[in-house]
Design a protein around this ligand. Structure first.
Ligand code: FES
Length: 172
C-alpha cells in the first residue's frame, strides 16, 4: 500500500502547465537580455512628440541707483507668458522689489499695502490692464507705474521683452 502510494506520486506523468493568454493583446516575446535592452531603448525613443514650447517673456529690471561705475545695474529673468505675477517672478529670481518699509510691512501680495511699485519702461502691452486695486493706489502716479502683485506677465500667447524700473519712487 505504501509502495503504491510512492509510485503514484513519483511516477505520475507531469501535468501540462496552464497558461493564461489574452488573445486580444499583441504580445512580444523577448528571448535575450540584448533584445530586452533594445526593446527599452526603442520605447524611450518612440515617446510622444515633445510639446511645443510655451511663449516666453524676457524681463529686464533696472536698479534705482547707479553703481560705482555710474551705470544702473540690470538684472534679467525669463518667464512663461501668462503664468505668473511680476512680484512672483522677482521673488523667484531674488530681484529686490521693496524699499526698506515694504520689505517689513508688505501685505504678501494681497493688494492691500501699495508698496510693490514698479515702473514699466517698455513692454506694457505684454501685461494685463491696471486692476481696480492699482487704480486706487496709483491714481496720483504716472500711468507707467504698476503694483507688481497685480501685474500678470504675458497672456499665455504673447512673447517679447518687458523692461521694469525697480523702485521708481526713488528716481523722482
Ligand atoms: S504687495 Fe501689497 S499691494 Fe502689492
Amino acid at each position: 500500500m505504501a509502495a503504491m502510494s510512492f509510485a503514484s506520486i513519483y511516477l505520475r506523468p507531469p501535468e501540462p502547465a496552464t497558461v493564461n493568454i489574452n488573445y486580444h493583446r499583441p504580445i512580444t516575446v523577448l528571448t535575450t537580455k540584448r533584445s530586452i535592452a533594445a526593446s527599452f531603448a526603442t520605447s524611450s525613443t518612440e515617446s510622444a512628440p515633445a510639446a511645443p514650447e510655451k511663449p516666453q517673456i524676457e524681463l529686464e529690471f533696472i536698479g534705482p541707483k547707479p553703481g560705482a561705475d555710474g551705470k544702473y545695474p540690470v538684472e534679467i529673468a525669463t518667464a512663461v507668458s501668462g503664468q505668473k505675477l511680476l512680484r512672483s517672478i522677482m521673488s523667484d529670481n531674488n530681484i529686490e522689489l521693496y524699499a526698506a518699509y515694504g520689505k517689513v510691512m508688505n501685505c504678501g501680495g494681497s493688494g492691500t499695502c501699495g508698496t510693490c511699485i514698479v515702473e514699466i519702461i517698455d513692454g506694457k502691452d505684454l501685461l494685463n490692464e491696471r486692476t481696480k486695486t492699482e487704480l486706487r493706489y496709483l491714481k496720483k502716479n504716472p500711468e507707467s507705474w504698476r503694483l507688481a502683485c497685480q501685474t500678470i506677465v504675458g497672456n499665455k500667447e504673447n512673447s517679447g521683452k518687458v523692461v521694469v524700473q525697480r523702485l521708481p519712487q526713488w528716481k523722482k
